[in-house]
Ligand binder design. Structure first.
Ligand code: SF4
Length: 344
């Protein structure tokens, strides 16, 4: 019999697993605490748990925590990790320290099937969904795990294409019995699959950000093929009228490329699109991908966009570039697999 992997299970699922042995819900909470709060990788080391339960659990389950096999550190202290799942799928994780805000950027798939042409992950192809356990493991098994207080789903893959595992991972991250990270500190990033976005907004309190790239549908479709089926304008409407709209952060991510989407026409389009919506916009520098001749818009241009948007009543910010010297575009680690130090 294949043993069940505990990491990634909700407390209800753990209880279902141990109930046939006559154990109670409080035991399931202790097991969840041992994995998610203490990162204990062996069942026999779980504290405060009756020996009889340890024996029962050890026969039917494993914890399922595993370490990254490579890492690379940037001059700004950003660290990229490369993992390989138990079934051989490569994926990457990025840790970004920033005074009191320490963020882990997790992958949701190995590769991606959305086919965005400027993206290294898209080029890598699709190699499978990650489980909720693979996602949670990225937060628990990096060296800096103890200092993490923000999680963003912005690594490899399209989260809405792996919705079941995303929902479960969000629950484990934010629950009292789990990692106890505030839902306001968890952000899922999507290029937009309307049914998934709707479900996520109705069933989670976490933040959502939509990758926009252009306010013009035809132009966006050239860079984000999902636009043809799931237009950003339609997703924006769903975001505007979603439950808990005022309690959570809903935003657009706008990666700026010089001469491509940083004209006054684009600025006007953004103003028209976002004015009165209550959705904020984050302006991001573009990290060039091998084989793509485009470069990032200048810092001055990005500040100009921000100033114009803010004075039009739209909440806007410029995000600084992180990890630019270590292949910071998503997917470059697994796609290129170069310049690593092997993790100890
Ligand atoms: S940009 Fe995101 S959705 Fe598009 S191919 Fe890359 S990882 Fe997938």
């Amino acid at each position: 019999m294949d043993k069940k992997i505990l990491c990634g299970l909700t407390v209800e699922e753990i209880f279902t697993l141990i109930e046939p042995g006559g154990f109670q819900n409080r035991h399931a909470v202790l097991i969840a605490n041992a994995i998610y709060k203490k990162s204990i990788s062996s069942i026999t080391d779980f504290p405060k748990i009756p020996k009889v339960l340890i024996k029962f659990l050890d026969e039917i389950a494993i914890v399922g925590l595993y370490s990254p096999f490579a890492s690379e550190i940037s001059s700004d202290k950003t660290v990229k990790y490369l993992f390989t799942s138990t079934d051989g799928k490569y994926f990457e994780t990025v840790y970004m320290p920033d005074s009191r805000r320490n963020t882990v950027c997790v992958s949701t798939q190995s590769g991606c099937r959305m086919g965005c042409p400027f993206c290294a992950t898209g080029e890598y192809g699709f190699h499978g969904n990650l489980t909720a356990g693979d996602i949670i493991n990225q937060v628990l098994s990096i060296q800096e795990a103890g200092s993490v207080n923000h999680v963003v789903f912005m690594g490899m893959g399209e989260p809405m294409d792996n919705l079941k595992n995303i929902m479960k991972a969000c629950k484990v991250l934010t629950s009292e019995w789990g990692l106890t990270i505030s839902a306001g500190n968890v952000t899922v990033s999507t290029v937009g699959k309307t049914p998934g976005v709707k479900f996520f907004l109705e069933n989670s309190e976490c933040n959502l950000t939509l990758s926009l790239f252009s306010p013009f549908s035809e132009e966006r479709a050239g860079v984000i093929p999902a636009e043809k089926r799931y237009p950003a304008a339609e997703i924006l409407e769903i975001m505007r009228y979603s439950p808990n709209m005022k309690k959570r952060r809903l935003s657009m991510a706008y990666v700026m490329m010089k001469g491509v989407n940083d004209s006054e026409r684009h600025l006007d389009g953004l103003k028209k699109m976002l004015k009165g919506s209550g959705i904020r916009i984050n302006l991001l520098p573009y990290h060039p991908v091998k084989g793509n001749v485009n470069v990032s818009s200048s810092a001055e241009k990005m500040q100009h966009f921000k100033h114009e948007l803010v004075t039009s009543g739209i909440s806007a910010s410029v995000r600084k570039s992180r990890g630019a010297d270590i292949s910071a575009a998503c997917g470059l680690l697994a796609a290129g697999m170069i310049n690593y130090k092997t993790c100890n």
